[in-house]
Write a protein that binds this ligand. Sequence first.
Ligand code: SF4
Length: 342
Amino acid sequence: MKKILDVKDLSVSFETYGADVQAVRGISFELNEGETLAIVGESGSGKSVTAHSIMRIVPMPPGKFVGGSILFKGEDLTKKSETQMQNIRGKEISMIFQDPMTSLNPTMTVGNQIAESLIKHQKMTKKEAQKRGVELLRLVGIPNAETRIKQYPHQYSGGMRQRAMIAIALACNPKVLIADEPTTALDVTIQAQILELMRELQEKIGTAIILITHDLGVVASVASRVAVMYGGKIVETGNIDEIFYNPKHPYTWGLLGSMPKLNSKTEELLAIPGSPPNLANPPKGCPFVTRCPYAMKVCKENMPEYTRLSSTQQTACWLLDERAPKVDIPETAIVGGRKVHV
Ligand code: SF4
């Protein structure tokens, strides 16, 4: 598979009064043409800052690139001017957000919002853009597209707004679509429909997708690979089977343990106790050390290197060191009776 995006050793900080918040700390990952990579983690893990950095929509200042690169088709996006980025955003790399109401323009019809991007990037006439807009609304499953295209976002339901947002994002056939918590604001049935739509569209169009989410359940139905982020770092990566059936990082175990289980009367979730590290003063060693039930002395002092477990899985945890005690995956993290649809 051909690599379309190559993030290398990326670090992004935010200047605050007193200290820099090191939101992303030296992460590396690749995205191949036509694949879906999920970046999973709790809020504050750095996943959204990573997505916004690729789009170059992190406000700078207070944000700043501290190091590393984001290579898109071989060119470093961190070095592009705002004018150059305007030609990439929406055309080559698009983004959909959690709440479409904040990104859709309430004063413009959905048709005009789709047309705007087509006229700007594809040099279409208004008539051509409107025609393509109807096709796009049909593609994302909006009924009566000819009527709907003339309506305003407030005339759409929540699920339909998200579909319209996807239509706008896909208007110019982008190479990369970044979906930042695209289903979090939706109810469960609509969530499933939007995820199904994303999967169908990827099969049809072949756009590579980066799915940002805190919910491993969402990941299972759409992604082929997963990067687990914690404390500004990627702590484990693997394909979907490796992350669900052979995870090696205690934080991944915690995320799996906090997923809803089948046959559970209470639907009680096992939240990971404790809170994420303060990234204005990040821990010297493993970022998970204060919450990890298996933490050792070495974890406090030194950040673990990645251990390569397969051609697709690597994990940064001292438990994988040959001198560490042997720890089995806890019962709570074993995927069996879970609502997982891999
Ligand atoms: Fe836990 Fe240590 Fe592994 Fe970090 S390195 S996850 S603290 S065992």
